[in-house]
Design a protein around this ligand. Structure first.
Ligand SMILES: NC(=O)c1ccc[n+]([C@@H]2O[C@H](COP(=O)([O-])OP(=O)(O)OC[C@H]3O[C@@H](n4cnc5c(N)ncnc54)[C@H](OP(=O)(O)O)[C@@H]3O)[C@@H](O)[C@H]2O)c1
Length: 318
């Protein structure tokens, strides 16, 4: 049994992982939050809630004393100067926290996706603090895109809100880069991410720096082929040119409309366009071709296959 603190533990992805951690009944888990514990809904038994001020390093250090593992799910879009996560890292070192996982949970590369630049800064900061000898063991959990999003608008997990993507199974349409249909996407369900992270927390060996999680490694062409088979009709494929994307132009008949709850409404249209362009361009540079360190560490773990998952979701739907 170890003490696990979960920064941003009130959020969507974190709560999926906390449930998996609670299920194993092995650890003492504390949510770190900028808010007081909710009074309307009781928090699960075995789960603790700790109010923290990320701007007050001294109190953060006190809050983290005795913590073995810290998982961060801080919403990076709302921590643009990374003050919260950097203070958290400093406090972990001072409080003697053994292991830290920054708020990653996405792609390997961040080029062409400016909203993810903050994650790169934290990667650099973790390298920097460990430069003169290891002071904090850490790992980057990366699982690619949530496979759950290909079920949009149907909800497939308890906490994660559904988001529309360039793979729009509901309306049988996909956006691809012309001539790059073999670009790779890694698609993993949030449920599998939660189970694997829970296993990594249990793992007593040293964490690898990179914790790639490869649920399904597929090309854009394969996603279209699977979609057409499961949805029973051809998909409309909008083919865009690299040159247009590089100029910031998205010449398509449609674009995604549903946005993450942390994005301000007035920023939504520009952000949605940037997301589609960013995901398409970055996929050509291997950003979503996630490594498989955790598949190798836990070879008996059976990931949910894209075929099984999407067949289950879309069966019998118009
Ligand atoms: N690959 C994918 O498909 C995918 C999809 C979704 C998310 N993600 C990643 O998963 C991680 C968690 O995302 P999420 O959607 O679960 O997040 P979320 O629910 O939007 O937010 C998580 C928590 O962050 C805390 N927070 C917000 N701003 C903060 C700040 N400035 N300082 C400290 N804490 C702050 C909030 O907790 P309190 O208010 O309680 O402090 C919030 O509950 C992110 O790294 C995100 O990029 C990946």
């Amino acid at each position: 049994m170890v003490k696990v603190a979960v920064a941003g533990g009130s959020g969507q992805v974190a709560r999926e992982i906390i449930d998996a951690l609670l299920e194993s009944k092995k650890h003492q888990i504390t949510i770190l939050s900028r808010r007081e514990a909710p009074t309307s809904t009781p928090i699960a038994s075995g789960l603790h809630w700790q109010f923290v001020d990320y701007n007050n390093k001294k109190s953060l250090v006190e809050a983290l004393r005795g913590t073995h593992t810290l998982l961060s799910f801080v919403q990076t879009l709302s921590d643009p100067d990374q003050k919260s996560q950097k203070n958290l890292i400093d406090a972990c070192i001072e409080a003697g926290v053994k292991r830290f996982a920054p708020s990653e949970f996405g792609s390997k590369g961040t080029t062409d996706m400016p909203w993810l630049r903050v994650k790169e800064n934290i990667r650099e900061y973790l390298e920097e603090v460990n430069q003169k000898g290891k002071v904090l063991e850490y790992t980057l959990f990366q699982q690619g895109f949530f496979l759950d999003y290909l079920a949009y608008p149907y909800k497939t997990s308890k906490y994660l809100d559904q988001l529309q993507t360039i793979f729009d199974f509901e309306n049988r349409r996909v956006i691809v880069v012309d001539g790059h249909e073999d670009a790779i996407m890694t698609l993993t369900t949030v449920a599998d991410l939660a189970k694997i992270v829970a296993r990594a927390v249990d793992y007593e060996g040293t964490w690898p720096k990179m914790s790639g999680i490869r649920g399904n490694r597929v090309t854009f062409s394969q996603i279209i082929e699977i979609g057409e088979r499961i949805r029973g009709r051809p998909f409309t494929v909008d083919k865009v040119k690299v040159e247009d994307l590089e100029k910031g132009e998205l010449k398509t008949t449609w674009n995604i409309e549903a946005i993450h709850h942390s994005v301000f409404k007035e920023q939504a249209p520009a952000f949605l366009k940037a997301i589609s362009i960013g995901i398409l361009l970055s996929s050509l540079k291997g950003a979503w071709d996630i490594s498989d360190e955790l598949n190798q560490l836990f070879p008996d773990f059976e990931f949910t296959s894209i075929e099984d998952f999407l067949t289950r979701i879309w069966e019998g739907k118009q």
